[in-house]
Write a protein that binds this ligand. Structure first.
Ligand SMILES: O=c1[nH]cc([C@@H]2O[C@H](COP(=O)(O)O)[C@@H](O)[C@H]2O)c(=O)[nH]1
Length: 318
């Protein structure tokens, strides 16, 4: 059986990893990104589930454009990752960003969804795990996102653990994020990351691990770095050792933007209870909760998310 599968794969002309590193029929790197990489200039990978499933239109599009503009303003090249008609793209055109922000049929593409999306010619927004795979293949070591997935509350029973965490354990990318939303079980998420060998580090003077809308989660990172140089040295350490695991650099929301934290926290509790009552499971849980929290806070959570993504990119580009 396996022999037949191999024969079919050969007939399909499956390219070797080396041949398809930057460009082939399934994998496309935007010229601005490949040029920057060839000249050893900084490139920042960005995810697109936040566009397809994380925010409503038109805020999803304007935020994606604003984040790209900030990356450019600091002299780096943005590489938003997404799947379009069965091709994995690293670096999207205006039209492609526009398409993903409107397309209601877009998949949420994590590692497990990539083969299906590609083989069926579908489009979708890549999650943290999907984006890490594409960024690594293109040779981009740094990726900035809002919140990563984690162990869901009651995860010890449901086994609902985001593939983002296992991806961090197997792909050497530095993921810069505002931490883990309190819709998740933050303590178990940190334990799982430790098991996966992920170097979790808070950016700033304290080791407080941030909870996306709040700089404090009640948990600590094992380490902290206080400036961009120290952060870069940490990433260089990971890369130079050839570790196959990644790194999570947690950037806390600035105190002035976290004022609405309590309000959002209450909405999170309500939304988590509603999701459980309605029997919402798996990949639908996070988008449901994000949408409900936005409704319950009358858009406050959405505003905080946008401010946060923007401030994170400002820091990343110091
Ligand atoms: O606060 C957020 N957390 C997570 C996501 C998205 O959800 C994905 C995780 O989904 P899941 O829990 O199904 O693995 C992340 O990689 C990210 O793309 C998001 O938009 N906003």
């Amino acid at each position: 059986m396996l022999g037949r599968v191999s024969t079919f794969l050969q007939r399909c002309g499956v390219p070797t990893f080396h041949r398809c590193r930057t460009h082939d029929s399934l994998f496309n790197v935007h010229p601005s990104v490949s040029e920057a990489l060839a000249e050893n200039k900084p490139v920042v990978a960005l995810e697109s589930t936040i566009i397809t499933h994380g925010m409503p239109y038109p805020q999803n599009l304007s935020t994606a454009e604003e984040v790209e503009a900030i990356v450019r303003a600091h002299g780096a090249t943005p590489a938003t990752v997404g799947v379009l008609q069965g091709r994995l793209h690293v670096g999207l055109t205006q039209e492609q960003l526009h398409f993903l922000s409107h397309d209601n049929a877009s998949l949420k593409v994590s590692r497990r969804d990539l083969p299906y999306a590609i083989s069926k010619g579908l489009s979708g927004g890549t999650t943290v795990s999907g984006t890490m795979i594409a960024a690594h293949r293109a040779g981009i070591p740094v990726f900035v996102t809002g919140g990563i997935g984690g162990v869901h509350r009651d995860g010890e029973n449901s086994m609902d653990v985001s593939a983002d965490l296992t991806e961090l354990g197997r792909t050497p990318i530095a993921v810069v994020s505002a931490g883990v939303k309190s819709i998740l079980d933050i303590g178990r998420t940190l334990e799982f990351l430790e098991t996966q060998g992920v170097c979790v580090t808070t950016f700033g003077k304290s080791k407080d691990f941030p909870a996306f809308f709040s700089p404090h989660s009640g948990f600590s990172s094992p380490y902290n770095v206080t400036d961009a140089k120290e952060a870069a040295e940490l990433i260089a350490g990971m890369l130079s050792l050839g570790l196959q695991s990644g790194l999570l650099l947690a950037v806390p929301i600035p105190e002035e933007h976290s004022a609405s934290g309590q309000l959002i926290q209450e909405a999170v509790c309500t939304a988590v209870a509603e999701a459980s009552e309605k029997g919402i499971r798996g990949r639908d849980v996070t988008p449901f909760i994000l949408q409900r929290v936005s409704e319950l806070t009358r858009g406050e959570s959405l505003k905080a998310s946008i401010l946060l993504l923007i401030s994170e990119n400002e820091i990343r580009n110091v």
